[in-house]
Design a protein around this ligand. Structure first.
Ligand code: ADP
Length: 486
């Protein structure tokens, strides 16, 4: 209502199952984290709705799988085009429910849409294989077929991209999918469903089950318990990932998990310091520090430590925090009070243990969710911020001395998603890149994600890769044919 959308019909207040908009007596509110105003309500669906969505996906699957890759690609291309045409409205809906600055939201719409474009193209390139047979009278062939009905549980930090990164390869491969979007950001998911519907993606192929935080547990249980659902993809916290993995054991589901991170960002003495500061600001403060690839620990060499801290603090102080719709705003609010509480806990703990506050350190305005871009120096390994994911705009900077020491420190964690380092020494670049135990390494850059790259982590940061030419394999099964009597 208050959003001034060019196309107000993108704002849906019903869930989307089997190509239809679904209501239910129970509903929950969606809030704007900047103003704390209620944006609207969406249905709080339960186990029976989830069963219905799985059934719809099961019925729709064989027809979709039987289409050619090119046929699926053409419908996906339409969906992509509609997302680009409606990018301003999608961005406005996202900023309203998630808080990120409008320009950043628009960037996410484009980024999110890029997965649909990419996997639409890849849909045409699913090829099998012919092995050199060891039998003269037999031939050995591998087919690739869609895995079946998929489910996906997504977070609020990238309300569109975390959905498209999963849905696009699934539907391109010929699968159908049931999505449970984050309770904080269902409106972006529903707007995407509206566009998929307009693009002509058939009923039952994409289903959106909305649920609040409590009911999401029940919905998740049904998705995990269902023998029909053959694949579950999840982006979110490591503890919830473990729950879903445990719950999926009963039906031996294939899992794609993008879990927490604790990214190190190392600035060596030979780095281009200004470039490192720029990359540091991007990797730390984007989305108010609420991304799983955001830096959590900065390591600066002792010879450039003071200069790095000073420049980083100066940069942090220039960031303008406020309502994402405001002109010139480059950092929005945190998602909720719980997120703020975690940041406050990490900052208080660091200061208690001897860290120094170089910038920020508090809420901009009491009672609201805007947290100042914060820089802490003299950070030491025992502090909470060095061990737990902060998911907020706090840069903790540690001093190091040798390359060996900093690599060991960087790897001393159960997480292994993104890592970053700055160096101009080619030998060091290779050495360090090979030794970092992470799924992704940004070298002389703080921004690494796009649809062409395999996104994912090692250790307890998850399983599988999303995006890239590898991303579709997740949703395909191999079938080996051994043909005798030749
Ligand atoms: P975040 O801290 O980013 O909210 P979570 O891992 O708690 O991360 O949530 C990510 C997604 O997982 C959300 O869609 C949320 O509703 C869902 N979720 C949380 N707990 C469960 C659960 N026990 N079962 C299924 N889904 C869950």
């Amino acid at each position: 209502k208050h959003l001034n959308l060019k196309d107000p019909s993108l704002l849906r207040d019903q869930a989307y199952i089997n190509g239809e908009w679904v209501s239910c007596t129970a509903s929950f509110e969606v809030n704007n984290p900047s103003t704390l105003a209620i944006l609207g309500t969406v249905p709080n669906l339960d186990a029976s709705h989830t069963e219905a969505a799985i059934k719809a996906a099961q019925v729709a699957f064989p027809l979709w799988a039987a289409k050619t890759g090119k046929e699926r690609a053409m419908l996906m291309r339409k969906w992509f085009d509609l997302m680009i045409e409606n990018a301003d409205d999608l961005a406005a809906i996202m900023t309203a429910e998630q808080g990120k600055p409008l320009a950043e939201a628009k960037g996410e719409v484009i980024y999110g849409a890029s997965f649909i474009e990419w996997f639409a193209e890849e849909a045409k390139r699913v090829s099998g294989d012919v092995m050199a047979s060891t039998w003269s009278d037999k031939r050995m062939v591998v087919l690739k077929q869609p895995i079946g009905v998929c489910a996906s549980i997504t977070p609020w930090n990238f309300p569109i991209a975390m959905i498209t990164r999963k849905v696009a390869p699934a539907v391109a491969a010929g699968c159908s999918i049931v999505i449970k979007p984050a309770e904080q950001t269902p409106l972006s998911a529903l707007a995407m469903a509206e566009l998929a519907h307009r693009a002509g993606i058939p009923a039952g192929i994409i289903n959106i089950v909305t649920a609040d935080s409590e009911q999401s547990i029940a919905v998740g249980k049904v998705l995990c318990d269902s023998p029909v659902v053959r694949h579950l993809s999840f982006t979110g916290s490591t503890p919830v990932g473990r729950i879903l993995m445990r719950q999926s054991a009963q039906t031996v589901k294939k899992l794609a998990l993008e879990l927490g991170g604790h990214a190190p960002f190392i600035v060596f003495e030979d780095a281009d310091l200004d470039a490192a500061v720029e990359g540091a600001l991007q990797s730390k403060f984007r989305n108010s520090g609420q991304t799983c690839v955001c830096t959590n620990r900065f390591y600066a060499h002792e010879s450039i430590y003071d200069a790095f801290v000073e420049k980083l603090s100066a940069g942090a102080k220039k960031i303008r925090v406020g309502d994402g719709f405001g002109a010139g705003i480059n950092q929005g609010p945190m998602i909720d009070a719980q997120a703020v509480a975690k940041v406050e806990e990490h900052v208080a703990d660091a200061l208690n243990q001897g860290a120094s506050l170089q910038a920020g350190g508090k809420l901009l305005e009491a009672g609201k969710l805007f947290y100042e871009p914060t820089v802490l120096s003299n950070v030491t390994p025992g502090m909470l911020i060095m061990n737990e994911e902060t998911f907020g705009p706090v840069a903790a900077v540690v001093k190091f001395n040798t390359e060996e020491e900093v690599i060991a420190a960087a790897n001393n964690t159960d997480f292994g998603l993104a890592s970053y380092f700055y160096s101009r020494d080619i030998g060091r670049v290779w050495r360090v890149a090979e030794k970092l135990e992470y799924g992704m390494v940004g070298i002389n850059t703080g921004l690494i994600s796009n649809e062409v790259a395999p996104f994912g982590g090692v250790k307890q940061s998850g399983l599988g890769r999303e995006g890239s030419k590898y991303g579709m394999d997740e949703y395909l099964e191999m079938k080996y044919l051994c043909m005798g009597g030749i």
